[in-house]
Design a protein around this ligand. Structure first.
Ligand SMILES: Cc1ncc(C[n+]2csc(CCOP(=O)(O)OP(=O)(O)O)c2C)c(N)n1
Length: 358
């Protein structure tokens, strides 16, 4: 920990050097990111409640874990995430409407991974860790010092894929960071049910050094990620980071956490809010004035308004679009399915409008 819940700097000789260069203004800029991503998350949740999105997986409470790690990456590093890393995607430069395409059901993938250095999210729990490991081995073969970062939850560590990815990563000394956001819940399963010991303790058994960090402390997350990046770039292989945080909202907008979460536990974690401690620190050190706080809130509102407009302006797909981009090259099986579906549409009188659109 570098910043405690009251916003005080805590001495930490091991991690201090990794963030010694972060000035008050830079911390204020990180704070702005935290405010903006929370604002976007709340806006997306509202959009879902208003019927504009089919589903949304909120990240409320996990802002520091995502922003602190993502802001330390280079553009040529590559992120492989699950569905909840919308703040990471924002930091990678994903366009606002692209964050919503899949959740509005207008596209099967939101963005071009190569433009932002981030693969489209994996809904299949843990699968992305194998993709990250493979990419990292590719970096070794190419002789570049880029790093692959796999984001996943505590529940994902029970998946075979994650364990397989760690074995391969250790064997190849692959430049990959396994970034586990332990938000205490895998939908309604508490972390203690599947992890009798802290999750970070598993990685050394695979030959992977691990760090357990306060995931609600943006500076500590940054320090831990920088340490892992340094190791990876120096050819020392993978690192496992367990960012201990808390999911303050539902698993997705379809979930009702009041059925399984004790409100007292949520309250306990609310006192460790990742935004509040940075705010308190910046106030104490005189960096955050009322004026600056107001300007940041104004910018967050303005970005949220663009986010909302981008959402409702997304064009509806055409029925036959579902066959596009399945394969990079023409594919006979897909072409056959496409013509069969076109014939079906024609049989119910939709062919003409489909033809006109094409
Ligand atoms: C392979 C697979 N099994 C099951 C599911 C259903 N599922 C969706 S989310 C989830 C829990 C994931 O929990 P965790 O890894 O802790 O991530 P979090 O959602 O808390 O960020 C499960 C089991 C799935 N999507 N993929």
């Amino acid at each position: 920990m570098l910043l405690n819940p009251a916003g005080e700097r805590v001495p930490n000789p091991e991690y201090e050097p990794f963030v010694a260069d972060v000035t008050g203004d830079q911390l204020a800029s990180l704070y702005e990111d935290l405010v903006v991503v929370r604002r976007l998350d709340i806006e997306a949740t509202a959009l879902q409640r208003q019927g504009e999105l089919a589903l949304w997986p909120p990240l409320l409470g996990q802002e520091a874990a995502q922003v602190g790690s993502a802001r330390t990456l280079r553009p040529d590093d590559f992120v492989f995430s699950s569905y909840r890393e919308n703040a990471v995607a924002y930091c990678r430069g994903v366009e606002l409407p692209d964050l919503l395409r899949v959740w509005r059901g207008t596209a099967q993938s939101g963005w071009n991974p190569y433009e932002v250095g981030m693969a489209t999210p994996s809904i299949v729990i843990g699968a992305q860790t194998l993709h990250a490991m493979g990419y990292a081995v590719g970096c070794l073969r190419d002789g570049v010092d880029s790093v692959a970062v796999a984001y996943f939850g505590d529940g994902a560590t029970s998946e075979g894929d994650v364990n397989e990815a760690m074995i391969f990563a250790a064997s190849f000394r692959a430049p990959v960071i396994f970034f586990c956001q332990n938000n205490q819940w895998a939908i309604s399963e508490p972390v203690g049910l599947q992890a009798q010991r802290p999750i970070a303790e598993r990685a050394p058994g695979f030959g992977i050094p691990s760090i357990r960090v306060d995931g609600n402390d943006v500076l500590a997350v940054m320090a831990a990620t920088r340490q892992a990046l340094e190791r990876a770039r120096a050819g020392e292989g993978p690192t496992f980071i367990e960012a201990v945080t808390y999911r303050m909202g539902p698993h997705t907008t379809s979930d009702d956490p009041s059925r399984y979460i004790d409100p007292l536990q949520r309250e306990e974690w609310a006192a460790k809010d990742p935004l509040a401690r940075v705010e308190a620190h910046l106030r104490d050190t005189g960096v955050l004035t009322d004026e600056l706080a107001e300007a940041i809130a104004g910018r967050a509102d303005e970005i949220a308004a663009r986010f909302r407009k981008g959402c409702v302006d997304l064009a509806d797909p055409r029925p036959l679009d579902v066959f596009d981009h399945v394969y990079a090259e023409p594919h006979r099986g897909i072409a056959r399915q496409r013509s069969q579906y076109a014939a079906y549409l024609a049989s119910i009188g939709e062919a003409q409008s489909e033809g006109e659109q094409r």
